[in-house]
Design a protein around this ligand. Sequence first.
Ligand SMILES: *[C@@H]1O[C@H](CO)[C@@H](O)[C@H](O)[C@H]1NC(C)=O
Ligand SMILES: *[C@@H]1O[C@H](CO)[C@@H](O)[C@H](O)[C@H]1NC(C)=O
Ligand SMILES: *[C@@H]1O[C@H](CO)[C@@H](O)[C@H](O)[C@H]1NC(C)=O
Length: 367
Amino acid sequence: MRPRVCVITSLMVVTLLIILLYQSESFKDSDLTHLQSLGGSSPHVHSFQKCEKNMSAEQVKDFNSYPPIAKDVLYYRHCRHFPMLLDIPDKCGGAHGSSDVFLLLVIKSPAVNYDRREVLRKTWAEERLSNGKWIRRVFISGTMSTGHEKKRLNKLLQLEKRKYNDILQWDFKDTFSNLTLKQMLFLEWMERNCPHTQFLFNGDDDVFASTDNMVVYLQGFKRNSGKKHLFAGHVMYNLDPIRDPQSRYFVPEELFRPSVYPPYCSGGGFLLSGYTAMVIFNKSHSIPLLPIDDAYMGMCLAEAGLSPEHHIGVRPFGLQVKGRNVDELEPCFYKEMLVVHRMLSADMYTMWHRIQDPDLKSGASHR
Ligand SMILES: *[C@@H]1O[C@H](CO)[C@@H](O)[C@H](O)[C@H]1NC(C)=O
Ligand SMILES: *[C@@H]1O[C@H](CO)[C@@H](O)[C@H](O)[C@H]1NC(C)=O
Ligand SMILES: *[C@@H]1O[C@H](CO)[C@@H](O)[C@H](O)[C@H]1NC(C)=O
């Protein structure tokens, strides 16, 4: 008697499971927008139509003489939505909990830069409480290469995400000219998952960032708490768009007509409030994407009537330390900095530990 009951019960359970599974599948298909609005920890689902090449781009003056990258920019600049391959919807503790994140580190990192991500996780980008405030980290990526290599790199990011829960990846080509797209996809993600995060550090994976100094600096804005404008970094004034099609920074008049860019912060690393991030995202809807990501952020700010602010501790072009026998990697030069340009992984590791040294004083260079 007993085994019989068991079999019947199991059969009923299995049938019930199948029905439930089937329902949730059809629910997914039929009501994407509803699922999306549920938010929380359900992964973001969106139906995507492949973004088509804009053939009218070929009518742009001199189009045929442009190099392939510049042609691609014009063909695909209207494409703003790409499916996510790796998502972390609960990164900030859900949209509502996201105000507990004081500083979100948003680091642009192509898949191939594995060693840089590893060293950042152990140094300035470590997730931790700093001066009583939470620091969280995401690396933002697209896809690279083709064929087997593309698969391998996607697998690498998958493995890293499983271990560290810090990778966001979208299905677009991770190229220099697509950095603006990457930035906007991140802001779209932020609006959905971390809208109340107080501040963000946005930067490259090869800079040295003193995240503890950043927390102290940001805590100085007593009445801000991320709800007011802040955009600070190394400000570039009156830069003119490069009109040489062979340059990586080429911007045809078709994309940007004025002779100078509005002021903007160099993209190596800058700080902004959650409020300003959302203002930029809102403004971006009405401004065609420009392939220079930092200049584009400046255009969005200008459109909102806001300006970036210069911070002396942000040195995307290095410290310019002068003099004979001076070690340019002397930690006391770095102690007061927020962001310094390109540093090798090994130097990054050493520097991060040396600036933690409580005895570190300028001038005490023989340690
Ligand atoms: C396609 O390209 C042409 C020429 O650059 C441009 O005027 C038009 O707005 C583009 N269309 C879309 C959908 O972006
Ligand atoms: C940007 O990404 C899209 C989607 O992968 C791709 O079609 C396009 O060629 C890329 N643009 C550039 C300039 O690399
Ligand atoms: C951005 O736009 C959304 C939707 O229009 C609006 O609710 C929100 O207040 C705007 N945010 C900012 C910071 O302007």
